[in-house]
Design a protein around this ligand. Structure first.
Ligand SMILES: C=CC1=C(C)c2cc3[nH]c(cc4nc(cc5[nH]c(cc1n2)c(C)c5CCC(=O)O)C(CCC(=O)O)=C4C)c(C)c3C=C
Ligand SMILES: [Fe+2]
Length: 445
């Protein structure tokens, strides 16, 4: 078999551009915005005055401006779509959405043809769902027909859904004859200090990172991908993330569950993406050029212990203030940290603080793109909060993460309050050029 066909109901290709598409505004939205801004601006312009909405009404006799309704705002958010086709997969440079479903899979398939079929079906279905469309009929006309799409995202829209596919090192073992497609030096992460990994939350032949501003849209996507491949893949581990814990360009910095701003000094510029995130020729595999490597670490926080730690200690552990997020050598969040600054005879930013150990200035220029999410699994077996950070990072070489984690695993003061319990590394292929192409196509030529 050479060219598997697309999933049912496949629609025409999306725009190849990689920028965020603003949704077309519904007619009601356009109308109310014109009323809202056009009305008062016209009055202010004519009289050279800045007038409130009420004054504008009094002078012109126009109707009071109508702010967008809740429904209009929901429509606008739900209509947001991220491009699926392009040079890079979505969900990497995409400004982080609000929710995550991360799932790793092991293949139960035993032949290359079965794997090919999974990848072709998934690629077509991903194109559908990121455009806000179902993967097939939700309500088939024949009474005894089983719905193709499970239906829980019907009418919700895409809410900025991105689906990012990764291949684990185990995919390239002898099972499918893909050894020659394995990128140079691509291997499971080495054991590192400070880990208590649970084998049930480690590795996987494939992974999907689903991110959306609506949790149900992200969940629906992974559920339907798993379902359509259920004879060939088995879900290995999954993490539901909420409250993005990283910032992209033009986003405010969110907070992690320790209450600190997380993602202040993240990668945002094209130059940094080119230098630190996107794979070039060095992987020795054309299918990885424009791709990246995803490291996933499920990190449990000892929250009850953390919550009893005095603020001065919490701040010196991160090297930043809690409310503002400023480096301890400065005053404002985006002040550049000065690792040589001294306060009271000691470094202002302690050398064993998380930031000092992780900063590119102290690591030969190494940077990674962080794209993590907070998670909670409720309570553990003895009633403690079971929550933490689903740390996700993208880099052009897994060694970038490994070198940082080796150092931090040994001496980061944060280690007293965290445990790495889940782990995986995945080769994330470049984006697909157009409808009809599918991830891994090169493996089956
Ligand atoms: C090996 C890589 C990293 C792991 C694992 C990690 C875990 C982790 N981080 C926080 C919270 C914060 N991290 C911050 C900065 C920061 N962290 C890393 C890397 C890892 N973090 C880097 C490269 C950086 C940037 C350092 C710099 O250049 O200044 C911060 C500070 C604010 C910020 O810049 O984002 C916080 C807060 C937690 C809670 C955590 C594990 C649970
Ligand atoms: Fe960090």
């Amino acid at each position: 078999m050479n060219e598997p066909t697309a999933a049912p109901d496949q629609q025409p290709a999306q725009k190849p551009a990689q920028q965020t598409q603003q949704p077309e505004q519904p007619a009601t939205q356009q109308l109310s915005r014109r009323r809202f801004f056009g009305g008062s601006a016209a009055v202010a312009g004519a009289g050279g005055l800045v007038l409130g909405a009420g004054a504008a009404v009094a002078l012109t006799g126009a109707k009071a401006p109508t702010p967008p309704t809740d429904l209009e705002l929901v429509e606008q958010r739900s209509a947001l779509t991220e491009p699926f086709y392009g040079e890079h997969q979505g969900g990497i440079a995409t400004a982080p959405q609000d929710h995550l479903v991360f799932t790793s899979f092991d293949l139960t398939a035993t032949t290359a043809v079965e794997l090919q079929l999974v990848l072709a079906k998934w690629s077509a279905a991903m194109a559908q769902m990121t455009a806000g469309r179902p993967v097939g009929k939700v309500e088939p006309s024949r009474e005894h027909a089983i719905p193709v799409d499970t239906g829980e995202a019907t009418d919700l829209g895409a809410h900025g859904l991105t689906l990012t596919l990764g291949f684990g090192p185990s995919l390239f073992d002898e099972r499918f004859g893909l050894e020659k497609f394995k990128p140079v030096d691509f291997a499971q992460l080495p054991a590192m200090a400070g880990e208590s990994l649970d084998p049930a939350m480690t590795g996987g032949d494939l992974c999907i990172q689903a991110c959306s501003n609506d949790p149900q849209v992200a969940y629906h996507a992974v559920r339907n991908l798993a379902r359509m491949a259920r004879t060939s893949v088995r879900t290995k581990w999954t993490v539901l993330g909420f409250g993005r814990a990283s910032a992209g360009a033009n986003q405010t910095t969110p907070r992690n569950l320790m209450g600190f701003k997380d993602g202040t000094r993240n990668i945002t510029s094209d130059d940094d993406f080119a230098q630190h995130v996107w794979v070039g020729d060095e992987a020795g595999q054309p299918w990885m050029v424009g791709g990246s490597y995803l490291v996933a670490r499920k990190i449990h926080m000892l929250i009850e212990t953390w919550d009893e730690d005095p603020i001065g200690d919490q701040q010196s552990i991160f090297g930043r203030t809690k409310a503002e997020g400023a480096p301890l050598s400065g005053a404002k969040e985006h002040d550049v940290p000065n690792f040589h600054a001294v306060h009271g005879g000691a470094p202002a930013i302690p050398g064993d603080s998380h930031m000092a150990l992780a900063a590119h200035e102290n690591n030969g220029g190494t940077k990674i793109l962080r794209r993590g999410y907070n998670f909670t699994d409720g309570l553990d077996s003895v009633g403690r909060l079971d929550a933490g950070l689903m740390f996700l990072s993208f880099q052009k070489d897994p060694e970038q993460f490994i070198s940082l984690q080796r150092k931090m695993g040994k001496s980061d003061r944060l280690n007293e309050y965290i445990r790495h319990v889940g782990s995986g590394v995945f080769a994330v292929p470049a984006g697909l050029p157009a409808a009809g192409s599918y991830y891994g196509k090169e493996f089956f030529a």
